[in-house]
Design a protein around this ligand. Structure first.
Ligand code: TXA
Ligand code: MG
Length: 331
């Protein structure tokens, strides 16, 4: 893997790599994406091989502007234009009916397609220099925590990827909100920084209930976003007692809590997380990666407040806490 800086020359070079069917990991405001020319079947196939992702899981196609929507989607509802106008570039993916000519490899054979315009200067410059749609899932191995800096991409994918553009740490840190606009009511498939409340407010209509485990949304598989160390979610009031009870039976722990350090036990490593959902979301994956290298027996995470603005964080924590190997879980 070659590391590129985010200079104009490097971005033009990266666009040429994409044009030639190569894979380029690049920063977005949410997480790093693993990009390939969305119109090149062979290039798209390489994404699945690099990630170890099942071929029927659809990819998001990244565009440089909403004006390109019609190349990729058909029967575009007014709601899509309204949201694109208000929230793009930004951390929102719209699921629309796919246009004729869109490759099956991109949509996992479905009649719909996920599209978004990322809010990151490097991603936008790459898309403009390339001049087309870039299919890009998060640049991690299937089922693992998404990368939020170039070093994470290297650690995840190594030489399975040709190039990574280093654009620093991602501002949002959690994957985009996914909104399905194909049903009678718009429906959030994956919560993110663009909240359901904001979407309902802009659209002036209620949203449908959150999707259950839609089998084709890999982010909706129960144990997606999991670190290797088993993770337990603990109610805020019980975090100290829970930490003590693991330590008493000799099990080492890492704790992610919004409190200041409450245990100085040698088998307890404590990380104080931000009490603000935006800052927490931005740091979460980097912290999970870090604690995963410590070799602790458990990661204990204090449940954040049960408030709407924490929904995306709750969602990712719940998936990280799911036990691997039960039905419906990513392999
Ligand atoms: O923030 C993001 O969305 C990042 C950055 C790189 O843009 N991308 C990302 O991609 O998270 P990925 O592939 O890791 O997750 C995209 C999710 C998957 O769960 C996929 O199944 C779902 O979007 N998806 C894509 N197309 C879909 C479709 N047509 N219908 C339903 N779900 C779809
Ligand atoms: Mg992903």
């Amino acid at each position: 893997m070659v590391l590129l800086a985010s200079t104009h020359e490097d971005i033009v070079h990266a666009a040429n790599i994409v044009r030639c069917g190569g894979l380029v990991a690049f920063p977005t405001e949410t997480v790093y994406g693993l990009g390939a020319d969305a119109s090149n079947g062979q290039a798209v196939t390489r994404i699945f091989a690099a990630k170890g992702r099942p071929a029927d899981h659809p990819l998001i196609v990244h565009l440089s502007a909403a004006g390109e929507l019609e190349r990729w989607a058909r029967d575009i509802p007014d709601a899509a234009w309204v949201l694109a106008e208000r929230l793009w570039p930004g951390p929102l993916t719209l699921i629309l009916k796919r246009a004729a000519g869109v490759l099956d490899a991109v949509t996992g054979g479905q009649d719909t397609i996920g599209l978004r315009v990322p809010d990151h200067p490097v991603a936008l410059a790459l898309l403009k220099a390339f001049g087309g749609g870039i299919a890009a899932p998060s640049a991690n191995r299937f089922g693992r925590v998404s990368p939020t800096c170039a070093a994470h991409v290297w650690a995840e994918l190594g030489d399975a990827v040709d190039y990574v553009i280093d654009g620093g740490s991602c501002q949002v840190g959690l994957e985009s909100t996914i909104l399905d606009l194909n049903g009678t009511l718009p429906r959030v498939l994956r919560p993110g920084a663009v909240t359901a409340d904001l979407l309902a407010c802009i659209l002036g209509e209620p949203l449908g209930t959150r999707a259950g485990n839609h089998p084709r949304v890999s982010g909706s598989l129960a144990s997606h976003y999991a670190p290797d160390t088993p993770l337990r979610l603990i109610e805020a009031h019980a975090i100290e007692t829970a930490a003590q009870s693991f330590l008493i039976i000799g099990q080492s722990i890492a704790v992610l809590s919004m409190r200041q350090v409450v245990s100085h036990h040698p088998d307890c490593r404590w990380i104080t997380m931000p009490a603000n959902p935006r800052e927490y979301g931005q740091l979460l994956y980097a912290r999970l990666r870090e604690v995963d290298t410590w070799g602790c027996r458990w990661i204990l995470v204090e449940q954040p407040p049960a408030l709407a603005e924490w929904e995306a964080v709750h969602d990712r924590l719940m998936r990280s806490a799911s036990v691997r190997g039960v039905e419906g879980i990513a392999s």
